[in-house]
Design a protein around this ligand. Structure first.
Ligand SMILES: Nc1ncnc2c1ncn2[C@@H]1O[C@H](COP(=O)(O)OP(=O)(O)OP(=O)(O)O)[C@@H](O)[C@H]1O
Ligand SMILES: [Mg+2]
Length: 246
């Protein structure tokens, strides 16, 4: 088991966005989190990566307690993430974005006191990431000029630049064309061969085809967890999430 949460809870005033969530993520698996809008999926990620503190509960990564650590400490522990909202530097190139992500990771924070593009660390690592994702041909393009599908791929590259053992992806195919989604699925399968992934996703075809395990959240609470074939059949899931139509 690479990641374990025990009763993780987030309260925003009177709203319990995440309610006593107990997750078990096995090493090497692609574990998906699904659930309707506002179910608490992103909030759960934000707690896992230290963006926001938990109201209650504990998080363990590789059997070490990581609850309460800051985002840079979580990144150092080798949990990486991509965001639901675009975090790219639009006026920098693809390669510069990846190098910056790598650099920020090694320094523990973004540091603009020194012109980061003048740093002398080798670029091999950044190239490796671009190669793995099949985007070396756009290395010199400005991130802000890329089509949406390539921007989303670049976001995965930024998360990979920090060399995570566990990669958290928040809706990697959101807003993508069907063709781009197919490409992303292929990439996720490829990356999934060498690291563990926790993926928030609305695209049910994708979820069903790549996941080893699916956890279903509804109003902050886990209502089902199991293999795709089991979750698909679950009456509560069909009623709550799939509207009984699937
Ligand atoms: N910082 C915050 N302050 C107050 N309420 C918040 C905050 N962040 C999230 N929420 C609320 O918590 C609930 C869960 O939100 P969250 O963004 O985690 O849902 P989600 O499952 O990621 O939804 P989506 O599928 O739309 O991305 C929502 O009701 C949201 O309005
Ligand atoms: Mg979300």
């Amino acid at each position: 088991m690479i990641l374990r949460t025990d009763g993780v809870t987030k309260r925003f005033g009177g709203l319990t966005a995440v309610n006593k969530v107990t997750l078990r993520v096995e090493e090497g698996q692609i574990h998906s989190i699904i659930g309707p809008n506002g179910a608490g999926k992103t909030t759960l990620f934000n707690m896992l990566t230290g963006e926001i503190p938990v109201s209650d509960g504990e998080i363990y990564f590789r059997e070490k307690k990581v609850t309460g650590l800051k985002p840079y400490q979580i990144a150092k522990a080798r949990i990486g993430r991509s965001f639901q909202q675009n975090k790219l530097f639009g006026n920098l190139t693809v390669l510069e974005n990846v190098r910056l992500a790598e650099h920020a990771h090694h320094r523990g924070h973004f540091n603009f006191t020194r012109h980061f593009l003048s740093f002398t660390e080798p670029v091999e690592k950044a190239w490796q990431v671009l190669e793995e994702l099949g985007i070396t041909d756009i290395a010199a393009k400005q991130a802000g000029e890329l089509p949406h599908g390539q921007q989303r791929t670049l976001e995965v590259a930024l998360a990979l630049a920090a060399d995570p053992l566990l990669l958290l992806l928040d809706e990697p195919t959101s807003g993508m064309s069907p063709d781009d989604s197919v490409r992303m699925v292929r990439l996720l399968r490829k990356i999934g061969k060498r690291l563990t992934m926790l993926v928030i996703e609305h695209n049910m075809n994708l979820v069903m085809s790549i996941s080893s395990v699916i956890t279903v959240l509804q109003q902050g609470t886990v209502i089902a967890c199991g293999k795709p074939s089991e979750v698909e059949k679950d009456k509560e899931v069909r009623k709550a999430y799939l509207g009984g139509h699937v």
